[in-house]
Write a protein that binds this ligand. Structure first.
Ligand SMILES: Nc1ncnc2c1ncn2[C@@H]1O[C@H](COP(=O)(O)OP(=O)(O)OP(=O)(O)O)[C@@H](O)[C@H]1O
Length: 681
């Protein structure tokens, strides 16, 4: 057989470009070693299956960046079936009592892919390719029946880090550059016994190997932000997976939207990756015949049913044997297969096909063809495939077992390292958002305007002063709340992707996110309070000012916590915004400023309002017990007797501090729990 490069006519990196799992030996030299082994033969993980022998081989003497996969994985799947419950009542206020309809997305799909092979999944849109790919990557939620085994074992947590998964939509941070994206991935995904410099070096090598040198310092970009091209973005996604030298690489339509040359380059790279003893599976929509020739195996799906699963080169022979022969010479096998999967007879001429597509009554003919192909598969392909799948493995394992969760020992990097990298990455990615001129303008303009409105108000206008303090509590309740609700819903795709690859702990991500948001969350209210406090003529005492500032910052943190919790629970910005506005409106009304005679049955509302506690504390530090105000011409009354203040009851302010502290911790714990419950595994 010709080497792949010669066959495809394309020069691609040699198989050896691919990174291996890397560890440092005791004498300090760096060498490749299996990631699942926990560095001991005795600890060989069950997921290695028939790789045990591989472990027993001595590690290479020196680290070589360019080497083959050390853990070949044979992927076998048999009779994979998956159904979804259709949610027909979505958006309706009333739920129907009728049982939910189910839709079969996959129906008895089988196949086998060995190390060194590149399998392409073909089929019309909606035929179930993505669903099958996700199931094979161990990421499909719900009940899958059938068998999926990796070297004879079910999907386990160590398999997570041996699997690379490139989704159809590239989930990347838009403001990071190509190099930064790969660098952060390397810092999180490569083992802790490599130094930071060595990890960065790996990322730089990937940049070179994937031909991204020209755009290494260009930002990734997004829908409204110009960045690298679609092909370059796809290569960055592939590069992120290549960093860990996956034994199993799955890609969902890596060539969609790309020109044919770029598409060919990507498929050629995948084939080269496969030749490095990797198992590579890709879905693809419309491959050209040049691309098709690079596949070793194909799996053709038709409405979730397989109609072919086997060697790519034998497709025409097989379909010819069951009576489907192309109507004209030199037909692209992929076009031929897609026509068949759509129920279009291949023996038609192009003119016939045009006429066929124009007719409305062709559905029955199409269904008959599809049924015939499905039954031919069951009769001719399935029996031998089943025998092949069950060879060597006497006890295939049910794939429906829950994937095991990563244990402490299995993380590539320590908690603190993960926290530091995630914090740095978050600060880089969100600096445009956090330090946005618009946000600064918004806060500055409101602070100056309120300073002017309350300009040097004194105790003779105590009602106005109290109003300013209430405004502090409400403005700094709304603002952080509405900023925080976006945090988790926006980051969800990235979190799912990275956590599915076992990149970091949820707690390190969570604390990094909290810490990253802090500077700007605290700087803006500090500026606001400083400007408005002194312009508004509040008590000219540094201590009172510092107390006021601390209370506002405390309130900001509580409000931010509530926003994070609502975002994490609902994971939907629209719903979270609606709920937040209702909540803040309730807090505004029940806060104790607007209404003082609230009926008893609803008066409890103020106790759940953090704005109420904040307002009470602000008033409490502003007016001391012997403070007086001008209550009439030449008359002075005690501030504590002013109705709005008296009503608040400022006897024991420590209770209010305690209530805020409970909320501060409680909302954040709630956000974490909600986030943890929403995690895939
Ligand atoms: N969670 C879901 N809810 C509703 N329908 C779903 C869900 N998951 C899959 N489906 C349906 O299952 C079928 C298969 O979807 P899948 O995305 O696997 O197809 P595909 O072959 O990858 O399509 P495409 O090539 O267009 O990406 C589709 O009809 C899709 O609408």
């Amino acid at each position: 057989m010709m080497p792949p490069e010669q066959e495809s006519g394309i020069t691609t990196p040699p198989p050896s470009i691919l990174l291996s799992n890397i560890n440092r030996s005791e004498n300090g030299s760096v060498h490749a070693e299996p990631s699942c082994s926990v560095n001991s033969i005795n600890n060989v993980n069950s997921c290695l299956g028939d790789e045990k022998a591989d472990h027993l081989q001595p590690s290479p003497p020196r680290f070589s960046l360019f080497r083959e996969s050390l853990h070949p994985v044979t992927l076998k799947f048999e009779d994979v079936t998956y159904s979804i419950k259709l949610n027909t009542n979505k958006g309706s206020c009333f739920t129907s009592q009728e049982p939910k309809a189910t839709k079969a997305v996959l129906n008895g799909v089988s196949g086998i892919v060995r190390p060194g092979e590149l399998l392409a999944m073909l089929g019309p849109s909606g035929s179930g390719k993505t669903t099958l790919l996700t199931a094979l990557a161990g990421r499909l939620r719900g009940k899958i029946s059938g068998t999926i085994s990796y070297n004879g074992q079910p999907f386990a947590s160590c398999m997570k880090r041996k699997t690379g998964f490139v989704s159809q939509d590239d989930v990347l941070y838009p403001h990071l550059t190509v190099l930064e994206t790969l660098k952060f991935a390397a810092l999180l995904r490569l083992p802790k016994n490599l130094t930071k410099e060595e990890k960065i070096e790996q990322a730089e090598m990937i940049v070179v190997e994937l031909g991204l040198t020209r755009c290494r310092n260009t930002i990734i970009g997004g829908p409204l932000l110009r960045g690298v091209s679609g092909g370059e973005r796809k290569r960055v996604s592939i590069g992120q997976e290549m960093l860990v030298n996956p034994s199993l690489l799955l890609l969902d339509e890596p060539t969609s939207g790309l020109d044919s040359t770029t598409a060919q380059r990507i498929i050629a790279t995948l084939r080269t990756l496969a030749r490095g003893r990797r198992t590579v599976i890709t879905t693809i929509h419309q491959p050209s015949s040049r691309l098709y020739r690079m596949f070793d195996k194909v799996l053709v799906l038709c409405e979730g049913y397989p109609i072919y699963s086997g060697h790519a080169g034998r497709v025409m022979e097989y379909f010819g044997s069951i009576g489907f022969v192309p109507g004209f010479n030199f037909m692209n096998p992929a076009d031929f297969l897609l026509d068949l999967a759509n129920g279009i007879a291949p023996d038609m001429t192009q003119e016939d096909q045009l006429e066929f597509h124009g007719r409305l009554d062709h559905h029955e003919d199409q269904n008959a063809i599809k049924q015939s192909l499905i039954s031919s598969y069951k009769k001719n392909i399935y029996p031998s495939l089943k025998t092949e799948i069950n060879e060597n493995y006497k006890n295939p394992v049910l794939s429906t077992s829950k994937p095991a969760r990563g244990s402490e020992k299995e993380w590539m990097t320590g908690w603190w390292e993960q926290f530091k990298v995630l914090l740095t990455r978050g600060l880089k990615e969100r600096k445009h958002e956090s330090y946005s001129g618009l946000k600064i303008f918004q806060v500055l303009s409101v602070s100056i305007l309120s300073g002017l409105l309350w300009w040097q108000s004194d105790t003779s206008h105590i009602q106005d002063q109290v109003g300013l303090l209430f405004f502090f509590s409400i403005f700094w309740g709304f603002f952080p709340l509405f900023s925080a609700i976006f945090a988790f819903p926006q980051e969800r795709p990235m979190l799912i992707k990275e956590r599915s690859s076992g990149m970091y702990r949820l707690s390190s991500y969570y604390f990094a996110r909290m810490a990253g948001d802090l500077p700007m969350e605290l700087v803006l209210p500090t500026v606001f309070v400083t400007v408005t406090y002194w312009m508004g003529g509040l008590k000219p005492s540094l201590l009172t000012f510092l107390f006021t500032l601390s209370i506002v910052l405390f309130n900001v943190l509580v409000s931010q916590g509530l926003g994070l919790a609502l975002g994490a629970i609902l994971m939907d910005v629209k719903q979270a915004t609606t709920l937040s506005s209702v909540t803040m409106l309730v807090f505004l009304l029940a806060g104790g400023y607007y209404i003082q005679n609230i009926p008893n049955f609803i008066a409890w509302l103020k106790y759940v309002s953090f704005s109420h506690y904040c307002y009470k504390l602000l008033v409490g530090v502003q007016y001391s017990a012997n403070e007086v105000y001008e209550c009439g011409v030449g008359l002075h009354c005690k501030a504590m007797d002013f109705p709005a203040i008296k009503f608040l009851g400022l006897d024991n302010l420590w209770w209010d501090v305690a209530a805020l502290a409970v909320m501060l911790v409680g909302y954040r714990v709630l956000a974490y729990v909600a986030l943890r419950m929403g995690q895939p595994h």
